[in-house]
Design a protein around this ligand. Structure first.
Ligand SMILES: [Zn+2]
Length: 158
């Protein structure tokens, strides 16, 4: 006997436990995104993103240069090259190359999306965005909310 945790007679309504479950999932996927960010060659800032749909990771991304480019994100003055792709853009374009669809997916990203990425998120049909680090201006977040995308900031302990 392993799994009898006295589900009957509990005071918490079912919706509560569904919400708790979702919160734990959100936290864990965000943690995975933060680990994934370590793949980035960028020195100034490492950002990771995961696209999750029906509890499956359908895509991933971290900030970096396009395929075939050198893995340097910054020039000698430590300025980020304009052709560096953000983690969200990499995750969305990667799923575009696959047989999966981002329609209805949740995006987990370590930093709040910028305005440019937010446009892509809207057009990709992503319905939820979960992040933990408030880095960019909030114009991206405001755009997402305007498009009725659920935006959630979640704390993760490292
Ligand atoms: Zn961006």
């Amino acid at each position: 006997m392993c799994c009898d945790d006295k589900r009957e007679g509990t005071n918490s309504p079912e919706t509560d436990s569904i919400q708790t479950k979702q919160f734990l999932l959100d936290q864990r996927y965000l943690k995975m995104a933060s680990i994934w960010a370590q793949n980035s060659y960028c020195k100034r800032r490492q950002v990771g993103a995961l696209l999750v749909k029906d509890k499956m990771i359908i895509s991933d991304g971290y900030n970096g240069t396009p395929s075939g480019f050198e893995n340097n994100c910054e020039d000698e003055n430590n300025r980020t090259y304009p052709y560096v792709l953000h983690a969200e853009a990499n995750a969305i374009t990667k799923v575009a190359k696959s047989n999966n669809s981002s329609d209805g997916a949740t995006l987990y990203v370590t930093s709040s999306p910028c305005l440019e990425c937010s446009k892509l998120i809207i057009q990709a049909g992503i319905k939820r965005v979960v992040f933990y680090d408030n880095y960019h201006h909030d114009d991206g977040i405001l755009l997402l909310k305007k498009a009725n995308i659920e935006v959630l900031q979640v704390e993760i302990d490292n």
